[in-house]
Write a new protein. Structure first.
Lengths: 135, 336
């Protein structure tokens, strides 16, 4: 890539920083320059977010219809999957999976709920009632 | 308390941390490309049967900490590296380092990194930064991918240092301890060692998911994605490939350009004219990676959804694999 070919597309990077790119100058020597971002990357990020939001919306529906416990909603909201939730809470993956069942969730002790609440950055009350319109 | 620490922005976080820490201890010859090359940071693996955030498990980078370890060992720098099970001890150790005037590299997870905007916060645990001071309850942070230094609260720092999931940092902290002055000869040896390691890894490892063979493996998989996953999910997989490859300068094209820059700088220390020629090859390979990302974006944007488009994408990676094989072979065969 030549220095003047470094993309300068508006991207989510604008909220944050410019990134260093290595590129060759007119003499063929390597140098660095800053880039605002690249449309190709911004799109990859965008579609990943759309997917995450779709998954959250889907989880919200499931919780509303009583097909899953609020843990599923908060899990998707925080872009976590089973292994990550298990690692943060210290539960086994199969245990977390069990807690996704609303009937099991109803009977969970406050101690266990507290663990989930901490991971998801909410209070136990918020976890139980799951304000599904949030975020 | 604030240490006198010079922040230099880098394309890749671990290169940057390594470069900045070594410069801090007086090794002024080191640059980001040199750290990347001596530390043999170029890498590729595609692990089948494993999914990361619901997509293919592809990594363009080595295990966190490897570039730092290899570069320091090649330059004869003794290092300190520690992980913790206790959060209190991890913080105490960091505070002690700062009190002794030692800036410290930390491995962190990105998800709770408060100074990143939300768009960039994923459950990714192999980010690196340097803590170089503390004021009240706030740590001063030099994050190499940022233009300027920043800060993070003690609570948030603890959170990111003890992020969980794949490659959990467990509070990992590292810094160079002692060093003799580094001679030109030493750097020369380090460069040769780094080139040998990287070229060996990329071409000679007899495992079909590593190095150049790994890129071929991915190429073959891509061609099956449309059929097995559908155009949309196949596109999401490609988006993940592009994100792994290009986000914040790391991986695909970004790494090839840094490596090409490394070979140019290596030529100053090691007078082998092949290096300049191979550097040009890597520049060309980097451009091919970029072209492949553009093709991928056409697919995940939904502009191109035919099997033919996935085939073209796969063939682009096969072409890249061939070119890389030739370039790394040429490096591997240099008589030093």
């Amino acid at each position: 890539m030549k220095k003047d070919e470094i993309p300068q597309d508006p991207s989510p990077l604008d909220k944050f920083t410019k990134e260093v790119c290595y590129a060759v100058d007119e003499k063929g020597d390597y140098t660095t320059a800053l880039s605002r971002g690249w449309q190709v990357k911004a799109d990859a990020l965008g579609i990943t977010w759309e997917e995450a939001q779709a998954r959250t919306a889907n989880a919200r529906e499931k919780v509303k219809n009583g097909e899953a416990s609020p843990i599923l909603f908060f899990m998707e909201l925080n872009m976590m999957d089973l292994p990550i939730v298990a690692a943060y809470t210290g539960f086994w993956q199969w245990t977390v999976k069990r807690h996704l069942n609303p009937d099991v969730f109803k009977n969970l002790s406050d101690k266990k709920l507290q663990k989930y609440a901490e991971v998801f950055d909410v209070t136990v009350e918020e976890l139980k009632t799951a304000n599904l319109n949030a975020a | 308390m604030q240490l006198n620490f010079q922040h230099i922005q880098a394309a890749h976080c671990e290169n940057g941390v390594t470069t900045n820490l070594l410069r801090h201890m007086g090794i002024h010859q080191i640059t980001e490309p040199l750290a990347f090359g001596i530390g043999a940071g170029i890498f590729y693996i595609h692990i089948p049967f494993l999914k990361i955030s619901g997509g293919p498990a592809i990594s363009f980078r080595t295990m966190p900490g490897q570039i730092f370890t290899r570069t320091c060992s090649a330059l004869g720098v003794k290092i300190e590296r520690k992980t913790f099970s206790s959060k209190e001890k991890a913080q105490q150790f960091l505070d002690d380092c700062l009190a002794k005037g030692q800036p410290a590299g930390c491995q962190v997870g990105v998800y709770h990194l408060t100074y990143f905007p939300k768009e960039f916060r994923f459950h990714f645990n192999a980010h690196n930064l340097v803590v170089y001071g503390k004021e009240n309850d706030t740590y001063l942070v030099s994050d190499p991918v940022m233009e300027t230094v920043t800060t993070i609260s003690a609570h948030d720092l603890e959170r990111v240092r003890f992020a969980k999931g794949a490659l959990a940092p467990n509070g990992q902290i590292y810094f160079p301890k002692t060093s003799e002055p580094v001679s030109e000869e030493r750097i020369k040896k380090g460069i040769i060692k780094g080139i040998k390691h990287a070229s060996w890894f990329m071409t000679e490892t007899p495992v079909p998911i590593l190095g150049v063979a790994g890129i071929r493996f991915t190429a073959g998989r891509i061609k099956t994605w449309r059929e097995s996953l559908g155009a949309r999910r196949g596109g999401l997989y490609l988006a993940q490939l592009v994100r792994m490859g290009e986000e914040i300068g790391t991986g695909g094209a970004g790494f090839r350009f840094v490596y090409a820059a490394f070979l140019q700088q290596a030529h100053i220390f090691v007078k082998k004219d092949e290096l300049l020629d191979i550097s040009k090859q890597f520049t060309a390979i980097g451009d091919l990676w970029r072209a492949s990302s553009v093709q991928a974006s056409g697919i995940y944007k939904g502009r191109m959804t035919e099997q033919q488009d996935f085939n073209v994408m796969g063939d682009m990676l096969l072409n890249i694999a061939d070119k890389e094989k030739a370039a790394f072979k040429a490096l591997y065969k240099i008589k030093w």
